[in-house]
Design a protein around this ligand. Structure first.
Ligand code: SAH
Length: 446
């Protein structure tokens, strides 16, 4: 019988879906955060469930050759990164294996999965940061909690905007702007959000406030622009909802432009505060090039780009297609997509606002069919109605871009049971130091 607070010496056999070590204690599966495969460690049981438990790492008796000293002093406490104790090579191997295992479990066989494409310099890659503020502190939440962890420097964020957010918070505090308290729903400043176009250098800061009142905003803007004279845009975003959703719908431009522009490949993209834009632009180009190569368009195809965001994929592939339809639910993103097509002088694309699972069945009913479909859904994956419509219209190729192997595996099972065949899966490391993995999968009609 295994009980809480018991100590054990164990060998770590594997890594779980969160990068945590996995062991068996007398056959009982136990997860050990921070332990690596092939290590011998001393642990204390902290949670004992019916089928599995969690133990705390007390001591490393035999160290893995893949172990590395984390660069961040808050590593292990901040909820942002979970693989910094692994060498980057080991992180990449882990992710490839994780994708293979997840797909095999769902499909019953292992499709062709290429080795993940890693990043040259796997730090400071993020172009967007959302910092909660709590009381006197700005930082990131701890894992699975709203405890705020402060940090001098974040090693995955862009360095300029990381400093900008912290400086902006100090200025706001100086003018007595109160921090929001989620328990009482009182206080003004909820989050500070930053975005930067890594290829253009344009950057934005957003103050997310609990209501339109934002005392001393003129003075705050003045100080901030003196400190950062090159800043492109300062926005106030109003969010009065008592939820975990960070941004509200209303944006007020306090200084400069309403949005920033970034470049990807040969194209320019306008990014509004509320629009989705991939967070790692270096790897986004890699990802899109893989997707484009898999599509191998010859110029005669009708293409659907579903979950199209600000139209990046549509625009990337338009010159190789006859006609492209982008479908996206967030209206400001659709507006950005239309302007982006015009800005890049692309005329064979059309963007439609709405839910893909409603818009695409309607298009199919109206006689518009795709030869090639790109889907790039959020973490929850594709709606079943959408998958069914893709199956019904017999699109020759489906290129599935996914940020969640679990829902990718679920959706691939549906497609492979309905006339589609997986040709290849290519993982791309968009999120170094974290457990997240992106995949591109090519499916063809049998
Ligand atoms: N392809 C884009 C965006 C991918 S992120 C890119 O590479 O940048 C996923 C996008 O799906 C987001 O823009 C989100 O707003 C949108 N989305 C979420 N649910 C949707 C739905 N049901 N129908 C259409 N779009 C949706």
């Amino acid at each position: 019988m295994i009980e809480k607070n018991q100590d054990f010496e164990v060998n770590i056999m594997d890594l779980g879906y969160e990068g945590e070590g996995v062991t068996k204690i007398n056959g009982y599966t136990t997860f050990v955060k921070g332990a690596l495969k092939d290590e011998k460690v001393k642990v204390k049981m902290v949670k004992v469930n019916k089928d599995y438990g969690f133990a705390k790492l007390l001591e490393i008796i035999k160290k893995s050759k893949n172990r590395e000293e984390p660069v961040c002093e808050k590593y292990g406490r901040c909820g942002g990164c979970s693989l910094q104790h692994m060498s980057y090579e080991a992180q990449l191997d882990y992710k490839t294996e994780m994708v293979k295992n997840t797909l095999k479990k769902s499909l019953g066989y292992e499709p062709l999965v290429n080795d993940i494409i890693g990043m040259g310099i796997p730090y400071h890659y993020r172009n967007k940061a959302q910092y909660p503020v709590v009381g006197e502190k700005i930082g990131f939440y701890a894992d699975r909690s709203h405890e705020l962890i402060e940090n001098k420097e974040c090693y995955i964020q862009n360095q300029l905007t990381d400093k900008l957010a912290k400086d902006a918070f100090q200025i706001a505090k100086k003018y007595s702007v109160t921090s929001y308290d989620e328990k009482t729903n009182k206080g003004i400043l909820r989050h500070i959000v930053t975005r930067i176009g890594l290829n253009s250098g344009e950057f934005m800061i957003m103050f997310v406030t609990n209501g339109e009142e934002f005392k001393s905003k003129e003075k705050i803007v003045r100080e901030l622009t003196m400190m950062y004279p090159d800043i492109t845009s300062i926005i106030q975003n109003v969010n009065t909802q008592n939820t975990n959703v960070i941004l509200g719908e209303k944006c007020i431009t306090l200084y400069g432009e309403d949005c920033i522009v970034d470049k990807l490949g040969d194209y320019k993209f306008k990014i509004s505060p509320l629009s989705f834009y991939q967070v790692n632009p270096v790897q986004t180009e890699v990802l899109y090039n893989v997707a484009k190569e898999y599509a191998a368009l010859d110029g005669n195809e009708t293409v659907f780009d579903l979950y199209s965001g600000i139209g990046t994929i549509s625009i990337f592939i338009a010159e190789n297609a006859k006609r492209v339809y982008g479908v996206e639910v967030v209206e400001p993103a659709v507006e950005d997509a239309k302007e982006n097509a015009a800005m890049n002088e692309i005329r064979n694309v059309e963007f439609i606002a709405g839910e893909a699972e409603k818009v695409v069945p309607q298009m199919y009913q109206d006689g518009i069919k795709a030869d090639v479909v790109f889907v790039d859904p959020p973490r929850k994956g594709c709606d079943e109605k959408l998958l069914q419509t893709i199956i019904d219209m017999k699109a020759k190729k489906v290129i599935y871009i996914s940020c969640n192997p679990a829902t990718l595996a679920r959706d691939l099972k549906v497609l492979t049971e309905n006339h589609y065949e997986i040709q290849v899966v290519q993982p791309v490391d968009m999120f170094p130091q974290t457990k997240h993995v992106e995949d591109v999968c090519l499916l063809t009609l049998k």
